[in-house]
Design a binder for this molecule. Structure first.
Ligand SMILES: Cc1ncc(COP(=O)(O)O)c(C=O)c1O
Length: 514
């Protein structure tokens, strides 16, 4: 059997006594943790399935987990009512419309957004929200799209719309040491807004790779200099308060399943009404149109005012799932976002301290964290690589397989964040270029042995791969302790060799995933 098919057994020396004494020490170092005990109660009550199955879930940036009560409330609602497709005048339709409107209002109040200023546009996910901006923002020759290097690919992809309309595209670099932006450089980039053009600046409130949280006061700074600001909040809002009475980005992208696990298939674009007026939709569809004629006179979307969302919600929204958003947001409110945040930060701090303390007797570090090594301006997402005693990196696939065996859900690859991946692994422009030789710019190609640049792609992807753990709503001490125990076991294992054929098989998946 190959090494990949038979993952290595992690040599765990777990004992409840050792865990208890570490927990006591942890609470002494992070006394605020005690104030978050409601989440331990909820973990037992609402998420017992995790412990029944011995699952250690550390992929909250990939997707949040739902509470049992969310499902029950939603199912009860559906079982006890008759709902039709909204936006009609019949009774079942109006009943649904009412709940959809309630969900919009709940989202606004959750984020403290004034209904006079912001509007909610339902989308399938954060990517759907970003795509709406990409295709409708008035990019043009003389205009600009400026973005930080650490954006998710769903933001990076907007550059294709920008370039195709002749706008210039520029990335603001992040520093290899901590994957943050040099603020002096930011000022220079922001100072280049073209006063007569349309300028869009996009950044993540939290990087889904490094956990870096960029300052939200960039929003006002950028807007004052002539930029429209797109703040990607997909990785930020699950464990941080976003107060839109304090911060006023023009566009915000969110996926609800990342906040409270259920429902999937729904996100939103939170948009300033004034900024929406700027957008020009490239087409119309059912649901978006105020008036259109088949005699080709014209078509017209209502893009302004309280009903502006109608111009952006294509076809029928996922209406039966929408009430589950209100249920989820109320659930989070009952716990309190500050409690969730505090807990995640305590556990992240403990993990960072302990991961970085692992060293071989020859002095070689075991873990290299990509991004901030302490709790300063970061969230609960940690990207890292592991090293053998001789300084060579662990194959991430070996780690993934061993984690699966230990029932630990973590993620490997570059997490759709090539910028942070390239910088943290010091991948040069030339190395990247070798993946695109012989290909037309931006063409799609099948990744496989028939790809002309297969070998170069494989080498780059292998070099760029990291491991990511992310903490969330119901992470508890036992999760992070057992994860540390797992790392400790890996450190003690002899080096595993992976054959080239196995690497080829697995690398195809490396660039995938949120
Ligand atoms: C920061 C960030 N932006 C955007 C996305 C895309 O989210 P979705 O796949 O739900 O559209 C993700 C997904 O992980 C993300 O972390």
């Amino acid at each position: 059997m190959s090494a990949i098919e038979k993952p290595l057994e992690v040599n765990s020396d777990f004992s409840p006594e050792k865990m208890n004494s570490s927990f006591t020490e942890f609470k002494q170092n992070y006394p605020e943790f005690e104030t978050t005990h409601i989440l331990d109660e909820l973990r037992e009550l609402e998420y017992a399935r995790l412990d029944w199955q011995d699952q250690i879930y550390l992929d909250y940036t990939g997707g949040g987990l739902y509470a049992n009560s969310q499902l029950i409330k939603h199912m009860e609602l559906l079982q006890c009512n008759v709902f039709g497709n909204p936006h009609s005048e019949n009774l079942t339709s109006m009943a649904m419309t009412k709940l959809v409107e309630r969900a919009r209002n709940k989202i606004l109040s959750f984020f403290n957004a004034s209904p006079d200023e912001y509007v909610i546009i339902f989308t399938p996910n954060a990517t759907g929200a970003l795509r709406l901006i990409g295709e409708a923002y008035p990019f043009e020759k003389g205009g600009q799209f400026l973005l930080t290097v650490d954006n998710h690919n769903s933001v990076n992809g907007i550059r294709v719309f920008a370039e195709s309309k002749g706008a210039s595209v520029n990335y603001i670099p992040v520093k290899p040491s901590d994957l943050r932006v040099d603020e002096k450089k930011l000022e220079i980039y922001l100072g280049k807004a073209k006063l007569k053009g349309n300028n869009l600046f996009a950044y993540p409130a939290q990087s889904n790779f490094s956990g870096v949280q960029h300052p939200l006061d960039w929003i006002e700074k950028a807007r004052k200099k002539g930029w429209d600001v797109l703040l990607d909040c997909a990785a930020f809002v699950p464990t941080n308060r976003l107060d839109l009475s304090q911060w006023n980005p023009d566009f915000i992208s969110i996926s609800f399943y990342k906040m409270f696990g259920y429902p999937t298939g729904l996100g939103c674009l939170l948009a300033r009404k004034a900024a929406l007026n700027k957008l020009k939709r490239p087409w119309f569809s059912g649901g978006t149109i105020s008036i259109v004629s088949v005699q080709k006179e014209n078509w017209y979307c209502l893009q302004q005012g309280d009903e502006a969302f109608e111009a952006f919600e294509d076809g029928t929204i996922n209406y039966l799932s929408v009430p589950a958003i209100e249920i989820g947001l109320k659930y989070i409110e009952r716990i309190g976002m500050d409690i969730i945040h505090k807990r995640v930060m305590c556990l992240t701090g403990w993990l960072l301290d302990n991961m970085q303390a692992l060293k071989y007797t020859n002095g070689q570090i075991f873990v290299k964290i990509h991004g901030p090594s302490d709790l300063e301006k970061r969230g609960g997402t940690i990207a890292f690589n592991l090293y053998h005693a001789d300084g060579t990196p662990f194959d991430c696939q070996v780690v993934q397989d061993a984690a699966n065996k230990a029932k630990i859900s973590l993620r490997t690859g570059c997490f759709c964040n090539p910028g942070d991946g390239e910088v943290s692994h010091n991948i040069t422009r030339n190395e990247m270029a070798s993946c695109f030789e012989n290909l037309k710019p931006s063409s799609m190609y099948p990744y496989g042995s028939d790809c002309k640049n297969h070998e170069s792609c494989l080498a780059v992807k292998t070099k760029m791969a990291s491991i990511r753990v992310s903490l969330g709503l119901v992470t508890n001490f036992s999760d992070v302790y057992l994860f540390m125990n797992f790392l400790h076991g890996l450190m003690c294992e002899p080096k595993i060799q992976v054959s080239k054929a196995e690497k080829v098989k697995h690398r195809a998946f490396l660039n995938k995933g949120p």
